[in-house]
Design a protein around this ligand. Sequence first.
Ligand SMILES: *Cc1c(COP(=O)(O)O)cnc(C)c1O
Length: 446
Amino acid sequence: MPQSRHLATELPGPRSRALMARKTSAVAGGVGTTVPVFAARAGGGIVEDVDGNRFVDLGSGIAVTTVGASNPAVVAAVQEQVAAFTHTCFMVTPYEPYVAVAEKLNEVTPGDHAKKTALFNSGAEAVENAVKIARHATGRDAVVVFDHAYHGRTNLTMAMTAKAMPYKSGFGPFAGEVYRAPMSYPFRDPEGMTGEQAAARAIAVIEAQVGADQVACVVIEPVQGEGGFIEPAPGFLPALAAWCRQSGALFVADEVQTGVARTGDWFACDREGVVPDLVVVAKGVAGGMPLSAVTGRAELVDAVHTGGLGGTYGGNPVACAAALAALDSVERDGLLQRARAVEALVTGRLHALAARDSRVGDVRGRGAMLAVELVGADGLTPDPALAAAVAGAAKAQGVIVLTCGTHGNVLRFLPPLTISDELLHDAFDVLDAAFAATSTTTASAR
Ligand SMILES: *Cc1c(COP(=O)(O)O)cnc(C)c1O
């Protein structure tokens, strides 16, 4: 697959338009699409559509193809496994790749204590299972989550997710015993608030509104994803983890989006040496195949009775083969270092943009998980229209860019780690032009 951006037709092209008409009449309207083109193939940092247009991919299918789209080692591992067998159900006739993935996750997740792992299909399913384990291990009910949190779309995880539209509106009633605490949000917190102070603010809410002895677990994304790529102030996560230890609550890191090299460490918790009791992994772990995991302290995970965890497809052998290849690629291809190099390149571009465009209120993130928060003339009011306009203009020029944030005013950048510097510069040239081109329209709209 040529690693270059290429526009062969108008966008969307005729084949994509025809497919979109079929999609509109056959597929549930609740399932939206970000880019109105249909994929034909993908490789490295490029997605090619059915009309031959090639897009630079700054989304990785929402942080999934971290090791590169169609990573050759992943493709080979999948082909070999699919030819041997596609399914037996691990709970019926177990197979080695599941065990090998568990061994590898036990090794690379934070902490050197004894660990155990259970495998599932989606991020939401793994979050639910982390809560099951925490409740069983502690004998308590309450689950604490944070403002701007995103944990999925199933019933329990809808309750845990913060944002109403589009994730929750009309889908209640939601699961009970889920409580929300304030997040550390350096861009919007009072000037100079430290991570320790933000943790004290959250802990005060938890102790007053839930009760320290009622909390089964505190579930947190170490860098929030859908909620706006919010990186808490240093000290926030260690202080929360320490409070959990004192209170007998489990500290659960939802590393579904941050995990597996995305932030320049194996896991985002590693940056401050935070060791969670349970870690939830999905998205980037299996090179695009559906797989998720809960990895945690052996005695906590093993508190659950035999048969209490599982599922028909959890730890599917093809997904496990893909995960082994993807996890191997992180080490063999030096992807932790590569994520930090991507951070240096992209933050350089974003700070230069922010210096000449005051609508970029904040540049943040780590590794290849970076974002800009867009604001109005007062430097604070969210500007979702600008985010949509810039993302739209970039897509029209062949760059896939995603938005996020409780107010939809954050542009997030999640390139595959194997993307070249050349492609990144090309994509951010397009973004610079998109910002320049939207200046007049949004200024007059405001
Ligand atoms: C995407 C995501 C989930 C949900 O994962 P699915 O595979 O879509 O169910 C949960 N937590 C975080 C932090 C996520 O980014």
